[in-house]
Write a protein that binds this ligand. Structure first.
Ligand code: PMP
Length: 455
């Protein structure tokens, strides 16, 4: 593959032109990736890295079927959504079959942020209310409307911002590190669920008692940036039925978790309860395997409010024939290559191996996951659960030396996250676990020696 500049020159130019705040992995020694295939990425020297985190390259980096479908469509017709085109409706039909029947209306956008922002607008128009309910540590996008409700982002750095008056934050139902913990309640999931549900009732009642009215509740089906959190069974069902009975619309953000990633269901929210019916589902990232395409699905009564009020929707690139074709190709590959089943089988294999590892080393506090959505929480102290921030950082950097790419998340950045392309194989999982165990063992040894210098 042709390189225009040396790695050093690319880095120097990036330093000149691209603002420092624009995220860059491994800031002290960034990677220059020039070619990708399947679950692998290659740098300018041809070194091969196993990618354990790219949930955009959903069906595998540069899948040849997506590439040819996009390229064919690009050379045939790439206009906007104001003309009839088969791709617009083929994709809508395919996606609506994966969701509850009532969610058959689709708005095409270009990013997860645009989808969530549009949902806010629809919910406000439909309900006549303004306020928003979210989970703590949530991330729902980079637009101003979403940044101000994404506590995960504005708790970082020197931002002194607090959520605005119209944003109400619920405690995160994280039974490992949250307000109510498994160890304090004998791991009684039903009880823990109830405690977190009670919090929702209390907060909503308190907010309403101040005369505020909530339009929408946003939640990720599995909370990713917040640290790969899986909610207690029954939580989503109970809060949806409570909020919906009050006329508050419920949005599940499937930007990170959709398209079969949970291994058992096409959408991760369905992996809790199959009869759960949200008012909005937003999707993006994996939808186009790297080609920008995203969407919002909702029900007709909500979209009709825009129609009645004379509000038109137009988005220059949203739903163009090329992006729709990319998404159709992704759906076809998921089915043809049985990638959801792969996420279930290889995901379980990986989860079990990580759990076995967790049982051996105290720096691993918790291992949790569903399909190809797995988190390994590193702790300094297994009893107090104090986050192992430096240890997690060391593991991430040493994995890179072993040609494996992972990232850290959670408010303390101590959760190693795995959300690989859906073609991640058993061999990939075994390779990862072998290297990871060597590193964790070393890290644990060093830590034990520090604690017991005379032994
Ligand atoms: N929702 C969630 C859960 C996300 O993780 C992200 C992106 N990380 C977004 C929304 C925003 O998507 P985008 O970056 O495509 O705007």
């Amino acid at each position: 593959f042709k390189e225009y500049y040396s790695r050093e020159r690319t880095l120097a130019l990036r330093d000149i032109y691209i603002p420092y705040c624009t995220e860059l992995f491994y800031r002290d020694n960034p990677l220059k990736i020039v070619r990708c295939q399947n679950t692998y990425m290659y740098d300018q020297l041809g070194n091969k890295y196993l990618d354990c985190i790219n949930n955009v390259a959903h069906v595998g980096h540069c899948h040849p079927y997506v590439v040819t479908q996009v390229s064919k469509q690009m050379s045939a017709c790439a206009t906007n959504n104001r003309y009839l085109h088969d791709n617009t409706v083929i994709l809508a039909e395919k996606l609506s079959k994966t969701l509850p029947k009532s969610l058959d209306q689709i708005f095409y956008t270009n990013s997860g942020s645009e989808s969530n922002d549009l949902a806010l607008r629809l919910a406000r128009q439909y309900t006549g209310n303004y306020d928003i309910l979210v989970l703590d540590n949530a991330y729902h996008g980079h637009l101003t409307t979403l940044f101000e409700l994404s506590t995960y982002k504005f708790k970082k750095g020197n931002i002194t911002m607090k959520e605005p008056e119209h944003v109400h934050v619920l405690p995160i139902p994280d039974i490992y590190r949250g307000k109510y913990r498994d160890i304090d309640y004998n791991n009684d999931e039903e009880k823990l669920c109830q405690l977190y549900v009670n919090e929702v009732h209390q907060i909503v009642e308190e907010v309403e008692s101040r005369g505020r009215r909530i339009a929408i509740f946003l939640i990720e089906s599995l909370q990713s940036c917040g640290g790969q959190i899986i909610y207690p069974k029954g939580y989503l069902k109970q809060i949806f039925s409570y909020l919906q009975s009050k006329g508050i619309l419920c949005l599940v953000d499937e930007v990170q978790t959709g398209f079969g990633r949970s291994g058992t269901h096409f959408w991760a929210f369905q992996s809790y309860e199959e009869d759960l019916v949200p008012d909005f589902v937003t999707m993006g990232k994996s939808m186009g395997n790297g080609f920008p395409v995203a969407a919002l699905m909702t029900r007709r009564s909500i979209t009709q409010k825009f129609d009645k009020d004379g509000i038109e929707y137009f988005n220059t690139y949203g739903g163009n024939p090329v992006s729709c074709r990319a998404a159709i190709a992704v759906l076809d590959i998921i089915q043809r290559e049985k990638l959801m089943e792969n996420a279930r089988d290889v995901g379980n294999h990986l989860l079990n191996k990580l759990k076995e590892m967790g049982a051996k080393y105290d720096i691993i506090g918790d291992v949790r996951g569903r399909g190809f959505f797995i988190g390994v929480e590193i702790v300094r102290d297994i009893k107090t659960r104090e986050p192992g921030i430096e240890e997690a950082h060391e593991i991430k950097y040493t994995l890179r030396q072993h040609m494996i790419i992972v990232s850290l998340d959670g408010p303390d950045h101590n959760v190693i996250k795995f959300k690989p392309p859906m073609c991640f194989s058993k061999g990939d999982a075994d390779f990862l676990c072998d290297k990871l165990e060597t590193i964790v063992r070393d890290c644990q040894k060093k830590k034990n020696e520090k604690q017991e210098p005379n032994m």
